[in-house]
Design a protein around this ligand. Structure first.
Ligand SMILES: [Fe+2]
Length: 272
C-alpha cells in the first residue's frame, strides 16, 4: 500500500496563545518537527473555552489573538519554506452545554467539523452527550479529541458509547497509542481501534518533544493494520480538511494482527 502524506488536525502551533508553542521560534521548530514526522497538512487548534461564545467581547478578543498569531505563523519564511500547508480551527472546551460555533474560526478549516473536549479530562457524570447533540442539531459535526484520555471512562467504554450514539466522531492521540499518556489511555486507545470506533489519529502536538504520529503510524503498519493506519493518519484527516465525511475504519481484528506486536496481547485481551 502506498502511504499518503500525513494530515494532522490537532496541534498547538500558534505562538503565545495557549500551552503550545510559546513564541515564533518554537512554532517554527514545531512545524519542522511535524514535517519530519511526515505531516504535509496541519490544522492547528489552540484551546478555546466554549463558554466564551456566550461572551462576545471576550471571544472576539481571543479570536483576534489567534488571527494575529496565525498570520505570524503562516507569514514566517521558514514555515513557508517547510511546505507544510497550515489551516486553523480550535480545540473547543465543552464547558457549556450549547456553545455557539457559528464563527467559522471555531471550526476545523472553517468547515462543519468541530474539535471538542470536556474540562479536566473528566466526562460529565450525566448528560455528556447533550453538547454533542446540540452541535449536531446546529448542523455541525463534533469530533471528540482523545476520548481514550478521560480518567473516568472505564474499560467497558460505556460512557464513550453514549457519545458515539449521539453522533460524535473520535480522534485518538498518536501518543496514546505509544503509551505516552500512560497505560490506561494506551489500553483504551487500542480498544477503540479494536471496535472500529476511531475515525482519526492526530498528534495533539504542543511543540515539545517529537510528534508521535510517525512512530504510531509505523507501529500500526508493522502490526498488519496498514489500511487502518492510512485512514487514521492520512485519508480521513485529509477528507476532514476538505469538509468530507470520514470513511469507516475497519475494527482491528485477529486477522489484522501479526508478529511481535503489542497489538497482539492487547487485542487478544479485549477483542469482542
Ligand atoms: Fe489539544
Amino acid at each position: 500500500m502506498t502511504e499518503g502524506p500525513g494530515t494532522d488536525f490537532h496541534s498547538h502551533l500558534i505562538p503565545g496563545v495557549d500551552d503550545g508553542a510559546a513564541d515564533l521560534a518554537e512554532s517554527r521548530a514545531a512545524v519542522e518537527a511535524l514535517r519530519r514526522a511526515g505531516v504535509r497538512t496541519a490544522v492547528t487548534t489552540p484551546h478555546f473555552d466554549g463558554s466564551l461564545t456566550h461572551a462576545p467581547a471576550m471571544a472576539a478578543e481571543r479570536l483576534a489573538a489567534f488571527d494575529a498569531g496565525f498570520a505570524d505563523l503562516t507569514g514566517d519564511a521558514a514555515v513557508v519554506a517547510s511546505g507544510v500547508r497550515l489551516f486553523r480551527g480550535v480545540e473547543l472546551m465543552l464547558d457549556v452545554p450549547e456553545p455557539d460555533v457559528s464563527d467559522a474560526r471555531l471550526r476545523l478549516n472553517g468547515g462543519r467539523f468541530v474539535l471538542v473536549e470536556y474540562p479536566g479530562l473528566q466526562l460529565p457524570l450525566a448528560n455528556a452527550d447533550y453538547a454533542i447533540r446540540a452541535l449536531r442539531d446546529g448542523g455541525w459535526q463534533p469530533v471528540l479529541a482523545h476520548p481514550e484520555r478521560y480518567r473516568n471512562v472505564d474499560d467497558s467504554l460505556e460512557a464513550l458509547a453514549a457519545l458515539r450514539f449521539a453522533g460524535a466522531f473520535f480522534q485518538v492521540n498518536a501518543g496514546s497509542l505509544l503509551g505516552q499518556h500512560g497505560e490506561g489511555p494506551r489500553r483504551r486507545a487500542s480498544m477503540l481501534l479494536a471496535r472500529g470506533w476511531a475515525e482519526y489519529a492526530s498528534s495533539d502536538y504542543h511543540a515539545r518533544g517529537i510528534p508521535a504520529v510517525a512512530a504510531a503510524r509505523a507501529e500500526l503498519v508493522a502490526s498488519g493494520a496498514g489500511e487502518q493506519a492510512e485512514l487514521l493518519f492520512a485519508e480521513n484527516p485529509g477528507r476532514l480538511v476538505r469538509d468530507e465525511s470520514p470513511r469507516p475504519v475497519a475494527p482491528l481484528t485477529a486477522s489484522t494482527r501479526n508478529r511481535h506486536s503489542w497489538w497482539r496481547a492487547l487485542l487478544h485481551q479485549f477483542s469482542r
